[in-house]
Design a protein around this ligand. Structure first.
Ligand SMILES: C[S@@+](CC[C@H](N)C(=O)[O-])C[C@H]1O[C@@H](n2cnc3c(N)ncnc32)[C@H](O)[C@@H]1O
Length: 211
């Protein structure tokens, strides 16, 4: 099963309140980035936006948001949420490893909340190239993905299988530095703990500026 089918199945069959990553509260890291003035309302792309929680929340903070996800089922949830919350957002079904030329040079901020760990190493240069293409020069890219330092979630090692059956790639900081550096200035790279629905996660966070 490819990732599109896998994600469509999850978003169709698993109730949103039991999908492990689907948290309706905005993450502390995102709230903090706004409170500190690190990010301010701008043209934003929510990469792998899922059910649209953070897209809709950002729209409520004054951001002009386009959410992109490979799963049409996820995008339907996102559109429903935007209507319920009366927060206009654009939502697009697209593969972030595919052709994103319709949106070249369109955004000042790209948010990647837990998407990169779905992308295996051989596809990562293409993913990063596409994020680079989506952003305008000097645009900010915030990336958050599971860390190899996570003690137990999904097992151990780089490739891990989650309770939902998805296979994810857990990264080291060194891998991410090498991945991002050709296209982005690395402003900050850290490994921190974030809350999850069932267990907390060790994640890599990166603030990057498009060259
Ligand atoms: C762990 S979920 C996170 C969803 C959302 N960012 C959140 O935090 O609620 C990862 C999302 O990335 C999407 N995704 C994975 N690979 C993708 C790709 N190649 N192109 C677009 N979306 C992708 C999945 O469909 C899924 O909705």
């Amino acid at each position: 099963m490819d990732i599109r089918e896998e994600m469509d199945r999850i978003y169709r069959e698993v109730p949103l309140d039991t999908i492990p990553w689907n948290l309706s509260e905005p993450p502390r890291l995102l709230v903090g980035a706004i409170e500190s003035g690190r990010i301010t309302p701008c043209r934003t792309v929510d990469l792998g936006c899922g059910a649209g929680n953070y897209s809709v929340w950002l729209a409520g903070q004054g951001f002009d948001v386009t959410g992109i996800d490979i799963s049409a089922e996820a995008i339907q949830h996102a559109r429903d949420l935007a209507i319920r919350e009366d927060e206009p957002c654009e939502f697009v079904v697209a593969d972030l490893l595919g052709d994103v030329s319709a949106y070249h040079n369109s955004f000042d901020l790209a948010l990647d909340w837990e998407v990169l760990h779905h992308v295996f190493p051989e596809d990562r240069p293409r993913f990063v190239e596409n994020v680079w293409q989506l952003l305008r020069r000097d645009g900010l890219y915030f990336s958050l993905c599971f860390s190899l330092e996570d003690p137990a979630f999904g097992g151990e090692g780089s490739y891990r299988t989650t309770p939902l059956g998805t296979i994810l790639y857990f990264s080291s900081q060194e891998e991410l530095r090498a991945l991002f550096a050709p296209k982005f200035e690395i402003i900050e790279l850290a490994t921190v703990e974030v809350p999850g629905k069932t267990v907390p996660h060790r994640v890599n966070t990166a603030w990057l500026r498009r060259r």
